[in-house]
Design a protein around this ligand. Structure first.
Ligand code: SAM
Length: 396
């Protein structure tokens, strides 16, 4: 049976929305921060890089719901997304609930609102929306009430980002959340599916694929990057990130099944990964390839807006690699295989992004471009010159 869920979208809401659309049905944006969607199974917030919180409709008056909570002290947080709400009105709403419940003999602590909505960090640090059913966060959207059932664990993302033994600022630091989004944009994948990253660098996409219960297959032109990925994935499996981190998946145990001499045993035998050095524009990958998720070559790192000449050079260099890769790949994957790739887009003086003009070429190669519009899904941090333009493709 389908159930309705509410998602609080991340900082780049159009990318978060695309992630939900790739995985769930009936996705409806409520405003730029919120969307609802339907799912037959409860979604796992730990697998949704673009989602800050998940909630379900309360289907009751908040007072009635709270009065029936199990005995013991209640911690209540309230996030008010109604129109024209302020920190003050949100706090007053929470205190009103507290007052009535105290009159009914309940002990209750209200989490202080620094704004009308509680930040992810505040919800997380107060244990709201987690396993303790007396630590609750309610969401109010005009007359509708929801109860938070999951909060993005920003600390776990930071740990597996910052503590990796092999990092390289030059190849860029793909945030684990964005790596998860790239994988999710491939659409639902069966547990144990093989996710290929042909530009694997230090292995962030591979790491997230493993954590999601998939097999990870990485290749990169640079042998040093293969060593870095190997180091990072060994570290990941030793760190027990897998244990209890994601529920709901049968993770296969054992060694990589590849018997081509490239097999690498995985510490504690908790995951499968395979790594090889190779140029994505001519490499012959092992089969099967169930999905391709990657951050391609992004060109020169830049700290100021490029001149027209620099831009032309970079577009040529990066364009040749991405089109060479897609051309090489198309004959090696089955029809319907998803290919999600982040390619560079450069900030211009007018604040717009200069994109690679390759969509027609890609279509002619035998891919459908699945982005809703031909406008890119641009992932960009403030003042970043080289942004990531996410293409969602599927072999015709
Ligand atoms: C932006 S980085 C990817 C970083 C990666 N997402 C990570 O987690 O570290 C791009 C990578 O593409 C690799 N690369 C560049 N040209 C390539 C090619 N023709 N074939 C394969 N890899 C290539 C670079 O060595 C680099 O590691």
């Amino acid at each position: 049976m389908f159930m309705k869920y509410l998602a609080i979208l991340g900082r780049q809401p159009e990318i978060s929305l695309a992630e939900l659309e790739a995985l769930f049905s009936n996705v409806q944006g409520i405003n730029k921060n919120l969307a609802t969607f339907d799912s037959t199974t409860p979604p796992d917030i730990n697998r949704l890089g673009g989602c800050l919180k998940l909630a379900i409709p309360l289907n009751k008056k908040p007072l009635e719901y709270m009065a029936n909570l199990p005995a013991g002290k209640i911690t209540l947080g309230l996030s008010d997304y109604s129109k024209n709400t302020t920190k003050k009105t949100a706090s007053m709403e929470a205190l009103k609930l507290k007052k009535i419940l105290v009159r009914h003999g309940r002990s209750i602590r209200v989490v202080e609102n620094k704004e009308a909505i509680l930040s992810t960090a505040t919800s997380l640090h107060n244990g709201l929306g987690g396993k303790n059913d007396r630590k609750i966060e309610l969401i109010k959207i005009n007359n509708d009430w929801y109860k938070v059932i999951g909060v993005q664990d920003i600390e776990k993302y930071a740990k597996r980002d910052q503590n990796r033994p092999a990092r390289d600022a030059k190849v860029g630091m793909l945030p684990p959340k964005l790596a998860q989004i790239l994988i999710n944009l491939c659409g639902p994948l069966k547990p144990g599916s093989t996710v290929l990253d042909p530009f694997c660098g230090t292995g962030v996409v591979l790491q997230e694929a493993l954590l999601m219960g998939y097999r990870a297959y990485g290749t990169d032109l640079n042998e040093r990057m293969i060593e870095y990925s190997s180091k990072n994935l060994e570290w990941l499996s030793e760190k027990n990130f897998f244990l209890g981190h994601f529920g709901g998946h049968d993770r296969e145990l054992g060694r990589s099944p590849r018997d081509d001499g490239r097999e690498r045993p995985v510490s504690q035998e908790k995951c499968f990964f395979s790594l090889s050095q190779g140029d994505a524009t001519n490499f012959q990958w092992d089969q099967p390839i169930d999905a391709v998720a990657c951050e391609g070559y992004l060109g020169k790192p830049m700290s100021k807006i490029p001149t027209e000449i620099e831009l032309k050079e970079q577009k040529q260099e990066c364009g040749a690699i991405v089109t060479g890769f897609l051309k090489n790949l198309v004959s090696q994957i089955e029809s319907g295989t998803p290919v999600v790739i982040a390619i560079p887009a450069w900030l211009r003086e007018d604040g717009r992004h200069e994109r690679l003009d390759i969509l027609d070429l890609i279509t002619d190669m035998g891919y459908n471009v699945n982005n809703k519009s031909r406008e890119g899904l641009i992932y960009c941090r403030e003042k970043q010159i080289v942004a990531r333009d996410i293409l969602i493709l599927r072999k015709k």
